[in-house]
Design a protein around this ligand. Structure first.
Ligand SMILES: *[C@@H]1O[C@H](CO)[C@@H](O)[C@H](O)[C@H]1NC(C)=O
Ligand SMILES: *[C@@H]1O[C@H](CO)[C@@H](O)[C@H](O)[C@H]1NC(C)=O
Ligand SMILES: *[C@@H]1O[C@H](CO)[C@@H](O)[C@H](O)[C@H]1NC(C)=O
Length: 451
């Protein structure tokens, strides 16, 4: 009797172990590890920023989707997300909630904001557990990079796309002082966690060199993935007369074009976009146009009329507008505009030249606006800095300048030299036919992520 009750007790224990193992293997483990994942490979693309204003991350999302991945796109939704992404059944958008302004002080609000971000990110990551890869851009570094570095422990591979250096942007805010405690903290975090990524992408060759030389990433395991212009940017197809008609008739141009403006008489339309911040000195352009005015009066009254459209808004806009209205212009008209994201590409393709005054905080990234100008078929006049060589070649697809005098010289060439324009234009048109896929696919093949 004693013996057989022992047996049945053991059998009971075995049965319970068996049943709980089944529950564990078939329900608990999948719940913990896989979540809502299907059999497709799945990538989380995490943007700490407005999705609609992150064209590169949107491009990643579209490309991964086209190549058979399930894409979970997370980020703020403050502006329109391209319809191409919304309509894509392989891409799911997860909105990152935003903390609404409270009455508390600035520092307190910042701390609250970061804590709120951390909680929101962790919730998404839990919901999306079991994914194969998580792709983040850097910057911002804090708090996302440390979080995803630990998330790797769940088996999810980490891909970091280096757009820029977070600490160098912060450094600009603190009078370029590298030893400011916040800058130092930011640098250390970036340095430490840069090493935890499994896949490393950079926007330029120089950025790659920086990471290899200063952060100790392995050279052979870092890949340069050049940006390409968005698909909404394309060159104008048509004659000069047609382009002129378009300039006169487009609704957003209505208040910008002087009555007597006429491309067919040799007038020129140039454009620049800016966020009116101190690191982008629009004063250089205004100054050079003033010199152009005096060249016109003193030396050469054949210089073409220029209509210069400055798009964008930002902190120093008022000041610049005042500078412009305080001066008496004869040959140049400077107009300020704030265009919708649909109208901006339409304006670009109507212009003769684009101007870029972008200078880089790290000296390692390239201005997206030049790519968009190339995409629209415009040669550029670009403020030079070392890494710009990777994008603009002097007298091949644009002209580079260092200050207002050199920009003035370039303007004279650009406005008067038709032969130069033809050469630049042709090279730019060739450039504009290269698309995102042609830089994305080879890199992803090398990483064995697509076939
Ligand atoms: C979604 O993924 C499938 C493969 O799973 C692919 O055939 C299809 O083209 C993708 N859809 C889009 C819009 O890219
Ligand atoms: C949030 O509050 C700060 C100060 O409390 C203020 O400067 C800022 O303009 C507010 N932002 C919004 C979007 O209301
Ligand atoms: C990315 O860089 C890190 C650090 O050098 C390295 O451990 C990792 O293997 C790299 N990833 C790839 C896919 O090469």
């Amino acid at each position: 009797m004693i013996w057989s009750s022992d047996i049945s007790q053991w059998l009971l224990v075995l049965l319970i172990v068996y049943l709980s193992l089944t529950v564990w293997v078939y329900y608990v483990m999948p719940f913990l590890l896989v979540g809502t994942k299907s059999i497709k490979k799945r990538i989380i693309i995490y943007v700490i920023g407005d999705i609609g204003h992150s064209p590169r991350m949107c491009n990643h999302a579209i490309s991964f989707s086209e190549n058979g991945w399930q894409v979970e796109l997370c980020g703020y939704v403050n502006s329109n997300i391209p319809a191409r992404i919304i309509d894509d059944s392989n891409i799911t958008i997860h909105e990152l909630p935003q903390l609404t302004n409270s009455s508390s002080g600035k520092i307190l609000f910042m701390i609250k904001k970061v804590l709120f971000q951390i909680v929101s990110i962790l919730r998404h990551l839990w919901e999306l557990r079991g994914s194969d890869i998580i792709l983040v851009q850097n910057p911002p570094t804090i708090p996302i990079l440390p979080i995803v570095a630990f998330y790797r422990l769940t088996g999810c591979k980490l891909m970091v796309d280096w757009h820029n250096l977070g600490y160098s942007i912060l450094q600009l805010k603190f009078n370029n002082n590298f030893y400011h405690p916040l800058v130092l903290i930011s640098f250390v975090i970036e340095y430490i966690f840069s090493k935890s990524s499994d896949y490393n992408l950079t926007v330029t060759e120089s950025m790659k060199d920086y990471l290899v030389n200063n952060f100790g990433l392995k050279k052979s395991r870092c890949y340069v993935l050049y940006d390409r212009p968005g698909l909404q940017f394309s060159p104008f197809q048509g004659s000069l007369v047609e382009r002129n008609d378009k300039i006169q008739s487009e609704p957003y141009m209505k208040n910008l074009v002087p009555l007597d403006f006429d491309l067919t008489k040799g007038d020129k339309l140039i454009v620049t976009s800016t966020s009116f911040t101190p690191d982008e000195d629009i004063g250089i352009l205004i100054g050079s146009l003033k010199i152009y005015e005096s060249s016109y009066q003193k030396f050469d009254n054949n210089l073409p009329k220029i209509l210069c459209v400055i798009t964008g808004k930002g902190p120093m806009k008022e000041e610049i507008m005042k500078q412009v209205s305080d001066y008496k212009w004869n040959r140049c008209t400077i107009q300020f505009a704030w265009l919708s994201s649909e109208d901006y590409p339409k304006l670009l393709r109507l212009c003769d030249y684009g101007v870029s005054l972008h200078s880089s905080s790290s000296g390692l990234d390239l201005p997206m606006k030049i790519l968009d100008m190339f995409g629209s078929g415009l040669p550029v006049l670009a403020l030079n800095y070392p890494v710009l060589d990777e994008l603009v070649t002097h007298k091949e697809n644009g002209l580079k300048f260092a200050d207002r005098r050199e920009l003035h010289e370039s303007l004279i060439f650009a406005m008067k030299d038709a032969e130069l324009y033809e050469v630049l234009k042709e090279n730019v048109l060739q450039e504009s036919s290269k698309n995102w896929d042609s830089s994305w696919k080879p890199v992803m093949k090398k990483l064995n992520l697509i076939r």
